[in-house]
Ligand binder design. Structure first.
Ligand code: MN
Length: 442
């Protein structure tokens, strides 16, 4: 299920790219996340890249310079593709061989230093790295489910199915956008306020959701459920996901079939796929408490219990237009630990395919809002309000929900003694007004 540790994880490895050797950076040589980019201001074909320090290693250029070795189909996918899908489809052995090849190219002790294959991150226009066929969003944090459920069902906040089924809704892939693309406040039907009829107009309750997403690697076949201990062989890696939500629209439309237009206007993802291999040192036990009902057999395994969790710290930050004007800088809204999630990613994959539904390379499976047991660990504004802790910004502004001009930044990282820190980069998005403007442009 989980990937083995090898010399690519060695914390002593150093790169000839000097900025990659900063112990506080997101992209050391032990990380090697994959993305798609082109040089800003150019019309080059988008190409695959690996983030390393403050640079991007251009895999197309590496192929042209014959810098790396590996199975021909892996080298060809790295050199020729304009999205990660082709590489994702090749499966875990291919991902492992590309990781070893790139690690060799970037090592300080190697002889392959080739500055001509680097592009500064600041000059790279990062794109949505995957052509996404389907997007599913789970609800895997029991803390989040309980806090939000309390708003709607005070007597029984958790649905009776919660501890048995990894609940999810089917999202919309057409409105997935990469970090940096602004999101316009959506219009929709708002519930009747006193009167009998709903109204149509800009949402008054725009919210973010702090989530991690898993990119599907090798697909699965129709009618063929994936066994839980094979589940992670069908994943390529992870990203940050902001599942933007219009809470007034959601409250009005979501019964009985679940969210629809309250979520489908936009979902933002971070540009770098942190691979399953890179996260191997940060596996941990699944979080299900011993006294809870055991999952049904197809969602249970000893390996999942022991190593199904992922020890990733996730954070959400907010900067209002006023904070930007005053030069205050963003404020952290929440910090939570992904290892507290009730359902593991392997359980999500096993559940998703248990009815025979096929997964395809590049599908996105998001975790649901990541919240935690600590006071500052509510992964969206709705939940902060539910637990009575609405945000007050350093300017004195209050945030029950997001205002036009707010910029929400999600971050994630792994750290553990004896291993290099692995960062996810960020997913940073500004909210525009319903007419597409920002406070600064008024
Ligand atoms: Mn969500």
């Amino acid at each position: 299920m989980t990937r083995p540790l090898d010399d690519t994880h060695d914390p002593g490895l150093r790169s000839w790219v000097a900025s990659a050797n900063d112990p506080a950076g997101d992209f050391p040589i032990q990380n090697l996340p994959l993305g798609v980019f082109r040089r800003r201001g150019r019309s080059d074909v988008p190409r695959l890249g690996v983030a390393i320090g403050d640079q991007v290693l251009d895999l197309r250029r590496c192929g042209e310079l014959r810098l790396f070795d590996g199975p021909p189909e892996v080298v060809a996918a790295a050199r020729e593709a304009s999205s990660l899908n082709r590489l994702l489809a090749l499966g875990p052995e291919a991902h492992g061989s590309l990781r070893r090849a790139v690690s060799t190219v970037l090592r300080a002790d190697g002889s392959r230093a080739e500055p001509a294959a680097l592009v500064p991150l600041a000059d790279a226009e990062l794109r949505l790295p995957v052509e996404v066929g389907d997007y599913t969003d789970f609800y895997a944090s029991i803390v989040h489910a309980r806090n939000v459920g309390r708003l709607f069902r005070p007597d029984h906040p958790l649905p009776p199915s919660y501890r048995h089924v990894p609940l999810a809704y089917h999202g919309r892939s057409s409105s997935l956008v990469v970090s940096g693309m602004p999101v316009k406040r959506p219009c929709g039907q708002r519930p009747p306020a006193g009167g009998e009829r709903p109204s149509f107009g800009p949402t008054e309750r725009l919210d973010y959701e702090l989530e991690l997403g898993a990119w599907v690697g090798a697909g699965s076949r129709p009618g063929q459920p994936v066994a839980i201990d094979d589940a992670e062989r069908h994943l390529g890696g992870f990203c940050l996901v902001n599942d933007w939500s219009a809470r007034d629209l959601q409250a009005w439309e979501a019964q009985p079939l679940g969210p629809f237009l309250s979520k489908s206007f936009a979902t933002s993802v971070s540009p770098w796929m942190v691979t399953v291999d890179a996260l191997a040192p940060f596996r941990c036990a699944a979080a299900r408490p011993a006294g809870d009902p055991p999952p049904l057999p197809h969602l249970a395994s000893a390996r999942n219990d022991a190593l199904g969790g992922l020890d990733v710290t996730v954070e959400a930050w907010l900067e209002s237009a006023e904070m930007r004007r005053c030069g205050i800088g963003p404020m952290r809204l929440s910090r939570a630990r992904f290892r507290e999630m009730y359902w593991t990613v392997a359980q999500m994959v096993a559940h998703h395919t248990s009815n025979g539904c096929p997964l395809r390379p590049g599908d996105l499976l998001a975790s649901g809002t990541v919240s935690g047991s600590e006071d500052d660990a509510a992964g969206c504004l709705l939940e902060r309000a539910a637990i009575g802790a609405p945000a007050t910004l350093p300017t004195g502004e209050r945030r029950g929900f997001l205002a036009d001009g707010d910029e929400v930044t999600l971050r994630a990282y792994c750290s553990r003694d004896g291993f290099a820190r692995i960062g996810f980069g960020s997913c940073s998005v500004r909210v525009l007004s319903a007419s597409g403007g920002s406070p600064e442009s008024r």
